[in-house]
Design a binder for this molecule. Structure first.
Ligand code: PMP
Length: 324
């Protein structure tokens, strides 16, 4: 047998072995196309008709059209699949985490579909509509001090997990690499394809920072000159549910400040006005953090004097905030 042929056989053997591993592992983490979680992602990229400088286009990634109604479907699915893959999440366990609501809803939807119960620690002042949605999915809610925001929810979730670690799968979304990886592997590549590689600016608000970190890291690999604008509420007390005022909050472990080109602070009133404008002038009923994102994207776009493609995110739907 020639050396070339024996090398070919060696490679073929390794390939067959890897394929067998794949076959062995597939049933644990497979996504059945007939289940709801198979339809997370691949959201439309919408062109916004904002009043802008010539040659500057603003697009919004319609994450509210995910089956669980928010951008957090992607991160929750990624963390659950990673939990199954690593063996930390097994049949019969409860998924436990701190959330401002949307990640909890995503855990609830995917958990129900994959056979897990879900428990979330949520600030008491989270929107009542969100709590109703969570309860409809059968989620157990532990309410935490509203003055401590999601930081208080994080501390309590850690405590509950520490008391009973064998009962819970605790993804800890603020410190879980699978959170930002979801956006690195899916959201960013979708944006790149949908803009045909023309994206120049990415603008989004910071919650766990998963969306900002994951999308920016990947888009920078594809376009090293990409400008990444991080959006924050103007003050610690704000009405932009889902967003964090980082200077006064626990910095998420997954945050990477070196990715930030510029930080824009948005006042709640400006975000709410933009949210209403999006409904009335664009036909997009979305939540306040989406309004903050679009307001910031509009400010970025208005200052540009050269052709540019600015992309932002519609994080969740507006129905979630009605009657609050
Ligand atoms: N907007 C809303 C409504 C959210 O629920 C979240 C998640 N906390 C965000 C924005 C921010 O997303 P991320 O956690 O990826 O930073």
């Amino acid at each position: 047998m020639t050396a070339k042929r024996s090398h070919f056989l060696e490679v073929a053997t390794v390939f067959v072995f890897v394929m067998q591993l794949e076959v062995f592992e597939t049933p644990i983490t497979a996504i059945d196309p007939g289940r709801v979680e198979a339809h997370i992602g691949h959201t439309p990229l919408l062109r916004l008709r904002l009043d802008l400088s010539p040659g500057v286009q603003v697009f919004a990634k319609a994450e509210h059209l995910n089956p669980g109604g928010s951008v957090k479907d992607r991160a929750a699915l990624s963390m659950i699949l990673e939990g199954e893959r690593s063996g930390k999440l097994k049949a019969g366990m409860t998924i436990l985490d701190a959330t401002s609501g949307n990640t909890g809803i995503a855990y609830a939807m995917i958990g129900a579909s994959r056979g897990y119960t879900v428990k979330v620690c949520l600030p008491k002042n989270a929107s009542p509509a969100r709590k109703r949605i969570l309860r409809s999915y059968g989620v157990e809610i532990v309410e935490t001090d509203p003055m401590l925001s999601t930081d208080g929810a994080q501390l309590l979730a850690r405590e509950i997990f520490g008391e009973n670690p064998e009962k819970y799968f605790y993804p800890d979304q603020y410190n879980n690499e699978a959170n930002w990886l979801a956006h690195y592997e899916t959201t960013a590549n979708e944006i790149w394809q949908q803009t045909e590689g023309r994206v120049t600016h990415f603008v989004t608000g910071l919650g766990t920072t998963g969306t900002f970190v994951g999308v920016t890291r990947r888009l920078r690999e594809l376009n090293p000159r990409l400008k990444a604008i991080a959006v924050q509420p103007e003050s610690p007390l704000h009405g932009l549910e889902g967003l964090k005022h980082l200077p006064s909050a626990i910095t998420p472990g997954i945050f990477d400040e070196s990715l930030v080109t510029e930080t824009l602070e948005v006042a709640t009133e400006d975000a709410l006005l933009m949210t209403s404008k999006l409904a009335r002038q664009e036909g997009l009923l979305v939540g306040p953090s989406s309004g903050a994102n679009v307001f910031a994207a509009w400010r970025v776009a208005a200052a540009l004097r050269e052709p540019a493609v600015v992309v932002t995110v519609l994080c969740d739907g507006g129905e979630r905030y009605l009657n609050d």
